[in-house]
Design a protein around this ligand. Structure first.
Ligand code: AGP
Length: 620
């Protein structure tokens, strides 16, 4: 939530490249945007605008900032203070000497603000960030000229409770940016005679692929030609850069009208990238990289597995729990990470916790991870972002290879997570002796042959069927998604996709639950989306369809192409290829993603940046 980009170069004007990076980060928040530059004559200049980055661009076109080799910028997801020009970042102190961009929440900002007001400071915004700028300025002034920006930032941060990633710049200290983080993400990009900072790697891929991730409590001084990294305890430390394997093109739309559509269509490649290189084609097993250190003995010793995640990732976690039970005979549970902290559950020594997160920066999931680690629990992270907090702090890691996901609605990341969970189930099943080599080989074969089967989901006939259903769905205020067994998480995911990008109310239910309440909603105007592909729940799903029809409800059914029974019973039929039932989630989710996309398109919604949302939820 909130995106930060900053650059310091050796004389090169950095305004355009910072703005480019900021646009790449717009998925992190779009309530307002702003930019500040050091003008080189001991002055700062700031432009800020409510709304999307396009508004800031228009402002910069009519009221340009001076060229500068020291630029910071921000795109905001509002927490403290409504979206408004005056609450947009960057924020300066009341003397205009310090300027700050910040992502996070300063929890004690009201107390700090009262203290600063008593000291004579004047505030112009409702934000917690303006408090930070004034706090830093106060320390610099109190230092009688002896305190530099970095020391002032570090001192100010000792008074602050909460989460932050920040970049600060000082009018009287040219050639320096100071960055710091606690519980909000911040990475430093190392360029050719330049240093950069950002909330996420995609913002800097057009400038560098060499990164250093800051750990909690760390800060750094950035100059064009060097970076000085400071530990939480104040020692200067060295850290090697990590090379990011994402390309700048992956973070661009590449001719698609929306990132979401591009990302939906990338899913067959995600299957290949996440799975195929990990197959052990003679052993019927999976080989993970050395970030996965769980040995066969560790896996055999497990008695339970716990999955924790938020949002879409929690739907893949539900599938993971099912797969581990099915293929590794390892019972488990799925918990909402934000609820975990309030639950009385304690980790047992023989329990593994799997945290699933696209970004690796979701505050609820990270908090749950750290709490469990404190209690001695072992964490396996499943994550798409190399170098993210989850990727660094989890005890073991499986990276999904989806490439950067930019659309706020998660699509290919879900696909990558479920793929990784199949691999995990096979690995654990083989280690525990539940799966034979032959069965392992069959499962790998099923995954490998899935890829060409996915093509039919993007064929013109399939898309026409989705568009027809979408044209109807776009006219309703509310609908249900029903699935049983492995299809229940897909029903939840379909409903989440629809509500988040079309703003149509949608609920996902286990289909068996329909008769226990939701059936009261059904009349001739009410649509029910059902997942009715062949598995052990098929007959019961057919009964559910009939129950909806008996009450004149409208049925949109996902079924196997050629299944006349489902097709004849449905008002709208979304055909999918036949696959082994355990792989159906990977197939059935795609028409539901397409359906949401087409509904949102028909309604003229802001598909990649739906209202009120941000891609990476870095506050609890
Ligand atoms: C889904 O479309 C959303 N973007 C959201 O539910 C997301 O999955 C959730 O915030 C978790 O994010 P993470 O995977 O980055 O942890």
């Amino acid at each position: 939530m909130c995106g930060i980009v900053a650059a310091i170069t050796n004389g090169l004007d950095a305004r355009a490249s910072v703005l480019h990076g900021l646009k790449t980060l717009e998925y992190r928040g779009y309530d307002s945007a702003g930019m500040a530059v050091h003008t080189g004559d001991s002055k700062l200049a700031v432009r800020r605008k409510m709304g999307k980055i396009a508004n800031l661009e228009a402002e910069l076109a009519s009221n340009a900032l001076p060229e500068s080799d020291q630029v910071i910028a921000h795109t905001r997801w509002a927490t403290h203070g409504a979206p408004a020009d005056r609450n947009a970042h960057p924020h300066t102190d009341d003397g205009g000497e310090i300027v700050v961009v910040h992502n996070g929440i300063i929890e004690n900002y009201l107390d700090l603000r009262a203290e600063l007001v008593a000291d004579g400071h004047v505030f112009l915004s409702d934000t917690d960030t303006e408090v930070l700028a004034n706090l830093i300025a106060r320390h610099m002034r109190n230092g009688n000229g002896g305190i530099d920006l970095h020391t002032a930032v570090r001192t100010a941060l000792t008074e602050v409770h909460g989460a932050y990633a920040l970049v600060a710049m000082c009018a009287t200290e040219p050639g320096t940016l100071v960055v710091a983080r606690q519980d909000s993400p911040l990475i430093v990009g190392v360029g050719d005679a330049a240093h950069y900072a950002a909330s996420d790697m995609p913002a800097l891929l057009h400038l560098t692929r060499d990164f250093v991730a800051l750990e909690n409590g760390e800060s750094a001084i950035l100059h064009a030609d060097k970076m000085q990294l400071c530990s939480a305890s104040g020692d200067w430390i060295e850290r090697e850069t990590t090379l990011c394997d994402w390309t700048p093109e992956q973070a661009e739309k590449g001719g698609y009208p929306h990132f979401m559509l591009k990302e939906i269509e990338e899913q067959p490649d995600v299957l290949a990238r996440t799975a195929f290189d990990r197959f052990h084609d003679t052993e019927g097993d999976v080989v993970f990289e050395d970030t996965f250190t769980l040995t066969d003995a560790d896996l055999r010793a497990l008695r339970r597995i716990r999955f924790m995640a938020m949002g879409t990732s929690s739907h893949s976690a539900m599938i993971g729990r099912w797969l581990l039970a099915e293929f590794a005979e390892l019972p488990g549970e799925t918990l909402n990470a934000s609820e975990f902290l309030y639950s009385p559950i304690l980790p047992e020594n023989d329990t593994l916790t799997v945290i699933v997160s696209q970004s690796g920066e979701t505050a609820d999931s990270l908090r749950a991870m750290r709490e469990l680690q404190k209690r001695g629990g072992r964490i396996l992270g499943i994550c798409n972002v190399q170098g993210s907090t989850l990727a660094r702090e989890a005890d073991d890691l499986i990276l999904t290879h989806c490439g950067p996901e930019v659309g706020v609605a998660s699509t290919k990341a879900f696909f990558g997570q479920v793929t990784a969970l199949y691999l995990l189930a096979i690995r654990v099943g083989r280690a525990r002796g539940v799966l034979s080599t032959e069965r392992g080989l069959e499962l790998l074969h099923d995954l490998r042959t899935l890829r060409p089967k996915l093509d039919s989901l993007f064929a013109p006939e399939a898309m026409a069927a989705v568009r027809q259903a979408a044209a109807f769905l776009a006219t309703v205020p509310s609908c249900l998604f029903l699935g049983r067994g492995l299809q229940h998480p897909i029903a939840l995911e379909g409903a989440l996709k629809l509500k988040e990008i079309s703003y149509i109310h949608a609920e996902g239910y286990p289909a068996g639950e329909m008769k226990h309440g939701p059936i009261a909603l059904i009349d001739e105007h009410f649509p029910v989306v059902v997942l009715a592909t062949p598995d052990r729940t098929y007959e019961k799903m057919i009964s559910n369809i009939e129950e909806v029809r008996a009450r004149s409800g409208k049925v949109i059914a996902v079924g196997v192409a050629g299944d006349q029974q489902v097709q004849n019973a449905a008002d709208y039929f979304l055909p999918v290829p036949e696959v082994p039932p355990y792989l159906a989630p990977l197939v059935n989710v795609i028409p539901l993603q397409q359906l949401s996309y087409e509904v949102a398109l028909a309604l003229g919604r802001d598909i990649d940046q739906p209202r009120n949302l941000a891609k990476s939820v870095t506050v609890e």
